[in-house]
Design a protein around this ligand. Sequence first.
Ligand SMILES: [Zn+2]
Length: 119
Amino acid sequence: MPNRNLTDDELAQANIVLVDIRQRLDSLAGNDKNLLFAYRRKIVKELGYDERSKPGVRAKLKALKWGLQNRCCAHCGKEMPLKYSELDRKKAADGYTEENTELVHADCHHERQAVKGYT
Ligand SMILES: [Zn+2]
């Protein structure tokens, strides 16, 4: 299932929020470019976690799926080292859960994403 896109009105609303966030960060940081950089980094990191979960959560899920899949790629069925595996979400909006992910080779993941038109 393709990821949902924003309508024109929703995109306009998102851009209003973005302008607000930028203004608030500029106000917090004053003329300190390093502080503005740190605030941006913090916001980007936390919003990324909202979508992708924290790295430790994903690492635990990868190890779990690796065992459940008998160390094999869910795409090609071949054996796969944990280090070179990636979690592929069935529906991106449903996040990184046991039910919503499959562990696949990095190359197989890229192949899947290309088929879905994500690359
Ligand atoms: Zn594979």
